[in-house]
Design a protein. Structure first.
Length: 132
């Protein structure tokens, strides 16, 4: 699986599916008590191309990708988000401004439990995909 300039390519066995990301929108939900945030990502994508060893004579516009391919796309996007979070956290960087989100949710109470927050933080993902 790859993500390159708005394209996502996933492979299911010998068949590859290339998608173009039309639009993506993300939102973070915060739970300061458990030092957890959840990234909710909504993506609008188009199936651009199917590369298969089997000859085919259909238009990709008429194809709805199978559920297992949709799951591969969701897993790939989630892994990219998680990898960015982990790498930034390992380098002491709060890439998603969790501190600000937790503070916004808890106010001054957050200040009393914020010490060392970045090491304790976890990030979950929820990916929703709509095909066009």
């Amino acid at each position: 699986s790859t993500l390159d300039k708005g394209d996502i390519v996933v492979t299911d066995g010998q068949t590859s599916y290339c998608f173009f990301i039309l639009k993506s929108k993300g939102k973070l939900d915060y739970n300061p008590e458990s030092y957890n945030a959840k990234a909710k990502i909504n993506m609008d994508i188009i199936l651009k191309e199917i590369i298969s060893p089997e000859p085919n004579d259909f238009s990709v516009a008429d194809v709805e990708p199978p559920e297992n391919v949709t799951n591969l796309v969701k897993e790939y996007v989630a892994s990219c988000i998680t990898a960015a979070f982990t790498q930034s956290k390992d380098n002491g960087v709060d890439i998603f401004d969790l501190y600000g989100g937790f503070y916004g949710k808890e106010g001054k109470r957050w200040l009393s439990i914020a010490n060392g927050y970045l090491e304790k933080c976890t990030l979950d993902t929820e990916i929703n995909i709509k095909y066009y």
